[in-house]
Structures are given as structure tokens and as C-alpha cells.
Design a protein around this ligand. Structure first.
Ligand code: SF4
Length: 406
């Protein structure tokens, strides 16, 4: 529903939503149907808009198949992204109310990960720096609709020396903080560990690609698995002391050739530490699985290689997630420059969110043209900006005419 919160005028055009998360029954007076249990007779003549999941994206194909099994004609089923495309195509100013943003807390990092694009490319054009407390407060003051901020991206959040103040302010203002893009969690001051619990940070995804130091350290060079596990144990003690289940902890595992044998052992360790698990493909290529059945069973992934994924799904791995950020929760560099999505590090949209309101930026013709191209899968829009030189854009829009799902 984040799309409809960000673009409030869209809801006026919807007769019924199809959405299976959060147990919602209605949204702003519009019925919300779970495809597994819907009373279809009640919406027999409605146009139905479906929204796919955000963290575990279901493809539109899955949703359409499920709905057709209930006898719903395909003609009445529309992806929510299509509605937004129609709205933006009018080329009138649109009402955009940013509810969630992504702001890089720090581009610094103490590790030297083997495939890290930041280290390989000397931080691109993002520069090495930290989000300041003053800039964070200004952002919240000038965009009072913001209710959620993702702080992790290309660097290590915990190297920001003002993180304590940032977390405290977010807590006082009721802003949900997430660290989903990932943290290495090697060096976390005790005071900040306690802040994560005391300030009710929603979730922390810890990048741990192995169950032994040897395997972990092969990719996370300079990293210490024991330090990471120790910090997790300390956090769990604090959660008990505060009687809270927040932050939710997630063990994030990139499947690589050298670590595929430790997936099972790592899953057991995650279980023992009370962590959920998330698996992702190596952006540099992927894995030739030695034991595909076991890997499928443990990870739930359908394939282990980005090229296989592209051939099977006809779009780049994770591209809905990345490009969706540009539309709903844009990525902002630590110094305020608008990046659009979390993959961008070698250019930006030549505008600063700490100086210009996001709504104004959204109505900027270049940014909007790129959004329209992503939503339509058509390469007829002209714009200058990071998407134009992006491999995802090239594969999805230029070659496959893939329409973004939200
Ligand atoms: S096309 Fe590339 S740069 Fe643009 S939003 Fe998608 S992933 Fe990011």
C-alpha cells in the first residue's frame, strides 16, 4: 500500500485492491481482497488492482494465475503500477507525499569485501562521508510526511559517529528505522547496540556469508565472524532486558561458489540466534550449484545465477525492488544528493533533497520521464540521469520491454 500512501490521489480511482499482506480488509474506504480468501461476488463488476509483495516480490504472473483460478477474467485485473503510469502520463503536476525514504548513513567501511563496487571503484561519485544529525533533522522537518527511513546502503551504518543522535531523534518522532540493505556488524559501540533496542529500530539485516571464519573471511575481508556473532548475542541479551522482539534480526547470505557448502550450517546458527534468513544472488554472476536440491530446499531460491534468472523471468534479478525505490522510497546520498535507487553510485539526479522538496523533484521532467519508462517498459522517453546508463535499464527496458511491478 506504500504506493497509494505516496500518491494519495490514486486511491480515488480504485474500486477494489488485491493484496495479501498485513491482513488489511479495507484501505481508505476501498475493499482490500486477499486472493486466497476473497468473496469474489462482492466485486463482480469492479476493476481490480493488485499489488505484489515488497520484500518477497511475487511476480505479476503468480498473482494473475491465482486470480484466474478463481474465475476472474484477466481483463479486469490490473497491476497497480499501470495505474501510476496512467496518472504520471498526464504530465500535470502530481501530488507526491513521501512516506519513506532511504538515506545513506555512511559510505565508509572498515572491510574490503571482494566484490564491493564501492571499494573497487573508489566510492564512485558518492564520496566518503557520513549523514550529519543536522541534515537528518532538516530532512524530517521539511518533509513531515516521512514515517520510515532506511539507513543502510553502500557503507557501514555503524561508522557514523552521530548515529546515536540520529536514532534518538527518529525514536522521538515515531519514525520507523530499518537497516535492510545490510550491515557487516563487526564494530558496534555498546551504546549504539542499546540504541537499536531502546529506540525500537524495526529490523537489522546482517551480512554473513558463511558459517566459519575461513569462508566468511574469503569474501568479507578484514571481517571477524566471532565479532559479528558476539554483537548479535549482546543484542539478544538487550532485547531480553527490554522485553522486546525489536529489532528483528535477519541473517543475509549471498550465495557464492565458495560458500554454498555452508548454507545448511549457517541456517542452523541463524535459528539458534533467533534470526530470520534471507538469501540473495551474487550480482557478479552466481553459482554452479553442487547440490541444487539441497540449496533449493534451504534457500527457497529458484535459481542461483543472475543470467539464469534473467532467461527464466525475463527481467534482471531484484530489478523490481531496485527500480521501485526510485518511485516510492528514493535513495538519497549522505550529503543529500538524490541517487534514485540503491544501486546508483557513479552519478546522481543533479539535485539535493536537503535543499529541494522531494515533491518538487518528483515533478522534475527528467526524473519523471525515467519513472514512466520503467513503468511502461518503453524506451521512448528522453531523460538524462543514472537510469540511462544503468545495466538494469538496458536489459529490462531497452531489450526486454519489461514493465516494472510494484
Ligand atoms: S533503471 Fe537502474 S538506476 Fe534506474 S532505478 Fe532501476 S536499477 Fe536504479
Amino acid at each position: 500500500m506504500r504506493l497509494f500512501l505516496a500518491f494519495p490521489e490514486l486511491t480515488d480511482r480504485v474500486e477494489a485492491f488485491i493484496y495479501s499482506e498485513l491482513g488489511l480488509k479495507e484501505f481508505k474506504g476501498v475493499p482490500v481482497l486477499d486472493p486466497a480468501e476473497a468473496e469474489w461476488a462482492a466485486v463482480a463488476d469492479s476493476e481490480l488492482y493488485y499489488i505484489t509483495g515488497s520484500r518477497t516480490p511475487q511476480s505479476s504472473r503468480d498473482v494473475e494465475e491465482k486470480l484466474r483460478a478463481f474465475g476472474q477474467p484477466k481483463e479486469r485485473l490490473h497491476p497497480a503500477a499501470q495505474l501510476l503510469y496512467e496518472y504520471l502520463s498526464l504530465w500535470e503536476p502530481v501530488a507526491y507525499r513521501p512516506r519513506s525514504v532511504r538515506v545513506e548513513a555512511s559510505t565508509l567501511c572498515q572491510l574490503n569485501c571482494a566484490g564491493c563496487y564501492m571499494r573497487l571503484d573508489h566510492s564512485g561519485t558518492t564520496g566518503r562521508g557520513n549523514l550529519s544529525f543536522a541534515a537528518f533533522r532538516k530532512l524530517l522537518d521539511e518533509n513531515p510526511g516521512i514515517r520510515a527511513v532506511e539507513l543502510s546502503n553502500s557503507g557501514e551504518v555503524f561508522l557514523n559517529p552521530q548515529l546515536h543522535e540520529i536514532l534518538q531523534l527518529a525514536y522521538e518522532r515515531g519514525i520507523m528505522i530499518t537497516l535492510i540493505n545490510g550491515v557487516n556488524f563487526n564494530d558496534v559501540p555498546d551504546r549504539v547496540l542499546e540504541d537499536l533496542v531502546r529506540c525500537r529500530v524495526e529490523t537489522v539485516w546482517v551480512s554473513i556469508d558463511g558459517a566459519t571464519q575461513k569462508t566468511y573471511g574469503e569474501y568479507r575481508r578484514n571481517g571477524s565472524l566471532e565479532k559479528v556473532l558476539n554483537n548479535i548475542r549482546k543484542l539478544n541479551v538487550l532485547k531480553e532486558r527490554y522485553h522486546t522482539d525489536r529489532p528483528e534480526l535477519v541473517w543475509k547470505y549471498v550465495i557464492m561458489q565458495h560458500n554454498q557448502d555452508e548454507v545448511g550450517q549457517a541456517a542452523e546458527m541463524a535459528e539458534a540466534l533467533g534470526m530470520k534468513r534471507s538469501y540473495t544472488l551474487d550480482w557478479r554472476g552466481g553459482v554452479t550449484a553442487k547440490d541444487p536440491e539441497t540449496l533449493y530446499r534451504i534457500t527457497g531460491l529458484q535459481c542461483f545465477n543472475v543470467d539464469e534468472y534473467l532467461a527464466e523471468e525475463q527481467h534482471r534479478f531484484n530489478s523490481d525492488f531496485y527500480c521501485g525505490q526510485m518511485i516510492i522510497d528514493p535513495q538519497i546520498n549522505w550529503d543529500g544528493r538524490l541517487l534514485g535507487c540503491c544501486t546508483v553510485y557513479r552519478s546522481d539526479w543533479k539535485t539535493n533533497v536537503f535543499e529541494t522538496p522531494l515533491e518538487e523533484i518528483y515533478n522534475n521532467s527528467h526524473y519523471r520521464a525515467a519513472v514512466l519508462a520503467l513503468l511502461s517498459g518503453e524506451d521512448r522517453y528522453s531523460f538524462e540521469g543514472p537510469c540511462g546508463t544503468c545495466e538494469v535499464y538496458r536489459a529490462n527496458v531497452r531489450q526486454l520491454h519489461y514493465r516494472l511491478q510494484l
